[in-house]
Design a protein around this ligand. Sequence first.
Ligand code: K7E
Ligand code: CUA
Ligand code: CA
Length: 639
Amino acid sequence: MSEDKKIKSDSAALTSRRSFLNTAAIASLGGLVACSEKPSSMAASAAGSASAHAQGNSNPAHLKPGELDEYYGLWSGGHTGDMRVLGIPSGREILRIPCFVPDALVGWGITNESKKVMGTKPDGSLKYTVADTHHTHASYKDGNYDGRYAFINDKINSRIARIRLDYFICDKITELPNVQGFHGIFPDKRDPVDPKINYTTRVFCGGEFSVPLPNAGTEDSSQYRSLFSCVDAETMEVRWQVLIDGNCDLVATSYDGKLAATNQYNTEMGVHYEDMMSAERDACLFFNVARIEEAVKAGKFKTIGDSKVPVVDGTHAANKDPKTALTAYVSVPKNPHGVNASPDGKYFICAGKLSPTATVIDLSRVLDWFDGKLEKIDGAIVAEVELGLGPLHTAFDGRGNAFTTLFLDSQIVKWNVAAAIKFHSGDKTAKYVVDRLDVQYQPGHLNASQSETKAADGKYLAVGCKFSKDRFLPVGPLHPENEQLIDISGEKMVLMADHPVRGEPHDFIIFKRDLVRPKQVYDLNEFPLAVKDAKDSGVVRNGKKVTVRLTSLAPAFSMREFKLKKGDEVTLILTNLDKIEDLTHGFAIPKYNINFIVNPQETASVSFIADKPGVFWCYCTHFCHALHLEMRTRMIVEA
Ligand code: K7E
Ligand code: CUA
Ligand code: CA
């Protein structure tokens, strides 16, 4: 069955592509200026049939050729340093979005535009070429995704990247000052004070590793601290930081905008792992966002080292009086991991990791404590129930059930939050565990469709299994990870599909496809350097500084050759004047280590020293046309 499908799919794609390439070739062979007609729109015809996936198809993960997915998934790539876009329920990877690390396909880290986003050293080379992305979340409006941005962390170099969801590209990267091991990240969902701001304006970032502040390289760990940071979602500047006791791990935010929290596994502030697990209870640390911003406004902060970012004091010692406290430490069993907000807006749930439990914290009671109405902050704990071994992360179906990964048990446990609260309050007849499902193997993160929004719909659950062992053909010592898809629409969970994925994604979100409106063609005006007309092409010399302006229109570049002198400091600007969807060109310069692409109406530039004399055939690397191989230009560097 699947073989048959595959063949059909291949031939459908071939036919369509072939007919497009043929018309394009004919059109262009006439005048060597190509296709301005629109290609037959595969996407449009496919969209029509997409909703009917269930008909005669028992497994929705097996989409028919041409069918589109119902959901987008944004995946962190782990230490490949990228973000990935998947279609769900098929699990097909559609795109990798480069952000923190170079990418050979698009020339990310090669072009001047991408280097500017990534950050460079004084000599123009990239500041960093490695990253480790763990958590990705998107911007909100009214408790649901608004399709503007996604944010992702780099744990290695403590950077946050923003992805524009109109073009699915990274447009800003910020490095957090005085932070190491930036791990958890979460956008706020509305302003804590201003009711008109019902959308994301802040992103919270947890610092996992403690370091000396400022980092002077001392071995004396009593001087090490962690910071919790708030980044402005628009400017991407760091607004403020909080000095805390213990460390930050994952981050969650409340639907009313008032609270952010981070789970803490190292309240001991140990340097070695045995010290980090010495205490029986650690904490979930809450931040009162409005009070922190009042304190900053009132000038109650310090700064650290060269950083100008205001740092307020969130330590135990400075926050004993609930009525003025900026922070609250709720105790949670030994070395908790994820903290997740339930879609009804009521609870944060911390998974136990080293404890077989999940702790349910009632947010209204946390606010009561800040108001002086709850005597002990641990009174906000409304359930602490046993789930199984190694609980890590929790997702929701919007019907009152939670799904938690059990790393050591290799299971997902489905449990009912209300029943767990009843059980905890003394009703031992309350059965909170609803179902258990074995997964293959050792799950880390999981997430359900729309789970992190008020529109949690309880259809699909993806789980990132850290080990795949025997699930795929062996390919030597490095195994892929196993991303599994589970149907959670019924009482019992049903495993739908296994997908091998390149290591090693952590977190992901899954949302309805109509929440984003991607554009497939750029706007020329977004690029200040755009060469808007082929007639503007040419070489402009100013001493040793040379600017080469070039355009592309399938299947030709605007200049058939251009001349440089050895030693020239060259900036080459290429604008793709093709307006047709899916008509991307590449530009490679042999021996100069340069290759990048330009999408329809995109402009990109590269700078290099013309240090090697000779003839260099710059050619189009991205298949664009029947005459794609002929699409080249000569760069002649005179000795
Ligand atoms: Cu989100 Cu993987 Cu960084 Cu848990 S962490 S598994
Ligand atoms: Cu232009 Cu290939
Ligand atoms: Ca601990």
